[in-house]
Design a protein around this ligand. Structure first.
Ligand SMILES: Cc1cc2nc3c(=O)[nH]c(=O)nc-3n(C[C@H](O)[C@H](O)[C@H](O)COP(=O)(O)O)c2cc1C
Length: 308
């Protein structure tokens, strides 16, 4: 008999039709890959990070392939929140996609401007605050590395919205648990773990860094074991906190590993560069895994790692 698998999951108060979301920065604004991966078939899509005004991003080259991953230094190029609201969001809404908007600012006020603009729109399921981008001079990581700055930022945004606030944390933070605690105490509904790892690739012939900014952010399968450790550590420290796991997910089984480590949902990033249907295939493979293993409800897996 074939097991009927219940794939829906909860991230705090938000119900997702399945636990697989497309990760910020790797799936455009949600519509670019519809022929390969309709956004409404996923648990959700997380948009490219939006700022109050359009940003051109960093100089090129800004992407380099590495063993089992890539280093990027895009620098948060984006169309700005206004263009997103008028040109993209209506189509995502019409398709019935669950839209998580990734928000970025150089200052607290800039984060607030983006959230305030989006509050005037229907069809935003949650905000994901990028406080962890390693590739920009101002903002981002400054908040994600310092518990007291993050506390102020999350408290301020909490007053502006009743929608779920997810805080995307940096694996580069010297005290990740302190930052996680600050975000939760300030009213975050969930934590997304993790953004990219600060890294360096060198072009040996030119004797220069391979990306123009020098350092960039490492993603892809290379970081999966590191990301799993961080998810598990944060889950153990804050077992009630909804976590969204991310880092190197390529297959359904990778997604299962993040769920076992304590994530309620996962995001798929770099895999989409190799295969534009990757997110959809992860959903299918996750379902097949559950069928094979007799898991009737995917939520049974969450935090199910047998540590000893
Ligand atoms: C090209 C590129 C652009 C990204 N842009 C963003 C972004 O705008 N905001 C953000 O929070 N994370 C961004 N990320 C980080 C990813 O969402 C994700 O956290 C990271 O790549 C790890 O997941 P992965 O190994 O599945 O790619 C970006 C990653 C890549 C590779």
């Amino acid at each position: 008999m074939v097991t009927v698998v219940q794939l829906a999951t909860q991230v705090g108060s938000l119900t997702l039709r399945n636990p697989v979301l497309a990760a910020s920065g790797t799936f455009g604004y949600g519509l670019e890959l519809v022929d390969f991966c309709p956004p409404e078939a996923l648990g959700g899509v997380v948009t490219k990070g939006l700022s109050p005004r359009p940003r051109a991003g960093n100089p090129t080259p800004r992407i380099v392939e590495t063993p089992a991953g890539m280093i990027n230094s895009i620098g948060l190029q984006n169309i700005g929140v206004e263009a997103f609201c008028t040109q993209v969001l209506p189509a995502l809404r019409q398709r019935g996609a669950t839209v998580v908007v990734n928000v970025f600012g150089e200052t607290e006020e800039e984060y607030a401007t983006v959230v305030e603009r989006l509050e005037r729109e229907d069809g935003v399921a949650a905000y994901e605050l990028n406080v962890s981008c390693p590739n920009v001079g101002k903002g981002g990581m400054e908040f994600g590395h310092d518990p007291s700055s993050l506390d102020l930022l999350v408290r301020m945004l909490r007053r502006l919205t009743r929608r779920p606030l997810w805080v995307k944390l940096s694996p580069n933070a010297p005290h990740l648990l302190a930052v996680a605690e600050a975000a939760l105490a300030a009213g975050a509904d969930a934590l997304t773990l993790v953004n990219t790892f600060r890294a360096l690739a060198i072009d040996a012939k030119k004797r220069r860094p391979a990306v123009a900014t020098g350092f960039g952010g490492l993603s892809g399968p290379a970081i999966k074991p590191l990301a799993l450790r961080l998810v598990w550590e944060v889950h153990r420290a804050f077992p009630q906190a909804p976590l969204v796991g991310i880092g190197g997910v390529l297959t359904g089984e990778d997604a299962v590993e993040f769920l076992l480590a304590g994530a309620c949902a996962v995001q798929v990033g770099t895999a989409t560069f190799r295969n534009p249907a990757a997110c959809l295939e992860v959903v299918q493979q996750l379902q097949a895994f559950c069928q094979r293993e007799g898991v009737e409800d995917v939520r049974e897996l969450i935090g199910g790692l047998r540590w000893r």
